[in-house]
Design a protein around this ligand. Structure first.
Ligand code: GLN
Length: 454
């Protein structure tokens, strides 16, 4: 049914870069046989899943929506993909994204933009726009994305589905093509809180192949989704982050958010306002730290190891082949970030730019710590705006970056956050997301509140 749905709508949406029809049918048949034999591997055995194309899949293309990796087939599965297969899930294919996950609209893909299923003239958000659109449009019931500065939560909000950024270190990054290693986190998309939790439980947990993996039990996210569904938030302390929940939001977004806070109060939560003054530094700090790490991580695309090689005709030096390949293989946003990051890390600029951004990061960590002394979870709109028209912001990168205001603090601090649909904006009828943030290793709190709200 999902393959048929992809056939019917994906020519318009462009959510998939590669669909693995035969392998999906074979994996589904194998799961059916196990179910018939009574040897079901887990609650999601036989359920299809879409995978963002920056996550390595053995023998399947993994392009990061970049010309530089076009045609590359990894020799191994990312840990999350291996866990999906072991749990009997059925990979459907690889989804479109902003090139190397750099963007917030999915317009930076080398293989064309993804369209929002609610209104095909609008963006689905990014960078995991393909995974979000596929889940929202019923092409896949579940999907994996990656979130470095909001790339699961923001497209989740723009397409009206649940998107989760787990605590840093609780879902393995082994096999995720690195963008900004200290911020990147794989997470789940679903059309309900429980769906997202079930997928989260399959992919999460310690992995010795990831040096930053935390050796601790995964927070009980599925249990929390069930507990929350009883709809009782008595005694739960919810903090509304003042810096993220005011005038900078579109009126329709703010109205939907205010309604959501009222619902939380009705469910018994104690709602207070909290200040996180350093969050105003989050976007500038993020847009120095993320490009700095990216400029280093992307040095590996040197025409020697993977994918594209340009000018290898005997008439060019090795250095020339490298620069011709990078010139042809990377798109404009990726080049912009390599330039910013290389500059921020250079001897003359390091203290004023990269060093100062790291200090701002520490202040943001402290703001979260102080806020979580008063509150169990924090809330804000997920994005200050709704899905915007394709093309509207492509010439204004700073406007695009500023829309990440609410999501980047969590990546800088490493704690957990998710986005749950909270109705539509009265301005344009498009979906709005409620962001629920929890302390590190307390992801279950966000799930509990989200399930109660939903
Ligand atoms: N929009 C942010 C950026 O462009 C976030 C990207 C992400 O989370 N991968 O960097």
């Amino acid at each position: 049914a999902h393959l048929d749905r992809i056939e019917a709508v994906d020519a318009t949406l462009n959510a998939f870069l590669h669909v693995d029809r035969d392998a999906a049918l074979a994996a589904a048949a194998a799961a059916d046989d196990e179910i018939a034999a009574g040897t079901v591997r887990g609650p999601l055995a036989g359920v299809p899943v879409a995978i963002k194309d920056n996550i390595a899949t053995r023998d399947l293309p993994t392009s990061c929506a970049s010309r530089i990796l076009e045609g590359w087939r990894p020799p191994y599965d990312a840990t999350v993909v291996r866990r999906l297969r072991d749990a009997g899930l059925v990979p459907l294919g690889k989804t479109n994204l902003d090139e190397f996950a750099m963007g917030g609209s999915n317009e930076n893909s080398a293989f064309g933009p993804v369209r929002n299923p609610w209104d095909a003239s609008r963006v689905p958000g990014g960078s995991s726009g393909g995974s979000a659109a596929a889940t929202a449009a019923g092409e896949a019931p579940l999907a994996l994305g990656s979130d470095t500065g909001g790339s699961i939560r923001q497209p989740g909000a723009f397409t009206g589905i649940v998107g989760v950024k787990p605590t840093y270190g609780t879902v393995s990054r082994y096999g995720l093509v690195a963008f900004s290693s200290s911020l990147d986190q794989i997470g789940s998309f679903g059309r309900s809180v429980l769906d997202a939790a079930l997928l989260h439980e399959v992919i999460g947990g310690h992995d010795p192949n990831d040096q930053t993996s935390i050796d601790a039990p995964l927070p009980p996210v599925v249990e929390a989704a069930y507990a929350g569904a009883r709809g009782d938030l008595a005694g739960v302390r919810v903090g509304v982050v003042r810096e993220l929940s005011g005038e900078g939001n579109q009126p329709g977004v703010l109205a939907a958010f205010t309604d959501a806070v009222r619902v939380l109060t009705d469910l018994g939560a104690d709602v207070v306002e909290v200040d996180c003054p350093s969050f105003t530094y989050a976007v500038p700090a993020y847009y120095l730290i993320a490009p700095s790490e990216a400029s280093s991580n992307l040095a590996r695309f040197d025409a020697m190891r993977y994918g594209l090689r340009v000018g290898d005709d005997g008439s060019h030096s090795t250095d020339e082949v490298m620069s011709l390949t990078r010139e042809a293989g990377f798109g404009p946003e990726v080049k912009r970030r390599i330039m910013i990051g290389t500059h921020a890390l250079s001897a003359g600029a390091y203290d004023a730019l990269y060093g100062r951004a790291q200090k701002a990061r520490t202040l943001i960590v402290r703001d979260f710590a102080a806020a979580f002394e008063q509150c169990d979870v924090l809330v804000s709109p997920t994005v200050p705006v709704t899905a915007f028209p394709i093309g509207e912001r492509v010439d204004d990168p700073v406007a695009m970056y500023l829309a990440d205001l609410c999501t980047v603090p969590t990546n800088l601090a490493g704690n957990a956050a998710l986005s749950v649909p909270c109705g539509v904006s009265a301005d344009d009828g498009l979906p709005v997301g409620l962001q629920i943030m929890a302390p590190a290793l307390a992801d279950d709190r966000a799930y509990r509140v989200a399930a109660a709200y939903e």
